[in-house]
Design a protein around this ligand. Sequence first.
Ligand SMILES: Nc1ncnc2c1ncn2[C@@H]1O[C@H](COP(=O)(O)OP(=O)(O)OP(=O)(O)O)[C@@H](O)[C@H]1O
Ligand SMILES: O=C(O)c1ccc[n+]([C@@H]2O[C@H](COP(=O)([O-])O)[C@@H](O)[C@H]2O)c1
Length: 283
Amino acid sequence: MAQASIHLAESFTDPPNYSFPHHRLNRTLRDPSKTPIVLVACGSFSPVTYLHLRMFEMAKDYVRQNTDFEIVGAYLSPVSDQYKKPGLLSARHRVTMCNLAAEESNNWLMVDPWEAFQSYQRTAIVLDHFDHEINTVLGGVETASGEHRTVRPMLLAGSDLIATMSEPGVWSYADLDHILGRYGCLIVERAGTGMDQAVDSLARWRSNIYLISQLIQNDVSSTKVRLFLRRGLSVRYLLPNAVVNYIEQHGLYQEEGSASVSDKGKDKETSGSSSRKETSQVC
Ligand SMILES: Nc1ncnc2c1ncn2[C@@H]1O[C@H](COP(=O)(O)OP(=O)(O)OP(=O)(O)O)[C@@H](O)[C@H]1O
Ligand SMILES: O=C(O)c1ccc[n+]([C@@H]2O[C@H](COP(=O)([O-])O)[C@@H](O)[C@H]2O)c1
């Protein structure tokens, strides 16, 4: 269970005019015997695709069938522009597209622009920020009979992201211990990255790692979507309609660098996960 006082940062810097979105946060726990959790998916979302949204649906089914958790909220947390990954469109566009996707697709997903509109924040700090906003600022949630409960933020990620946790030099040990030991993680299988491989070297936190298998294989990625757009191919039905319309209206992902084959080489320098994924995914 997350304890509200132990954070890696002593204080949090908010972007200008920031307020934590909680309009879809369920403040009353339906089942008092369950542990309330909030799902947090961190990533580029450039652009957000149906596979990103699908992760939340899969997690919902998994949590209901296999755990003693109850999901009280779910967030996309787009990374800062300072992440400087090839193909990373400005935070303004990425956050808007995530909001359009969340509004169009379901009634429980929210988008937190906190990390997007400021300097790069490590994932451990992002989870601390959720813990702070939900448990310290909002005061957690209550059962129907008025008992207070602390909410546990949990990372929701694809197996390719988790595989990077075993790559030397990408994540710090202290941060992994914070993310996986203190909060925990739900991992969605992603074509091309075996889940067993991904968690092999994370064995010490195994009890806090929940593996969700893909029953329908689908390897849509943002990289492929960007490549299609650059080539003038349709991306409809790979992403929510509102996002497709927004991309068309603003002429996004047309330029060199938004997703060219040569970007793959650049990715190798910035992100081990992306380079491996793109080599296998981009036709
Ligand atoms: N098809 C998928 N299956 C499972 N997880 C996915 C899938 N696509 C994205 N994810 C997960 O969503 C999160 C955010 O991903 P990200 O924004 O990097 O998308 P991406 O499609 O991998 O992007 P890019 O192609 O630009 O690297 C990560 O945890 C990633 O593992
Ligand atoms: O916190 C870290 O040390 C850390 C190390 C590597 C990656 N991350 C996060 O993982 C996400 C990776 O996104 P992507 O698009 O590169 O797959 C992004 O949100 C990064 O901030 C975080």
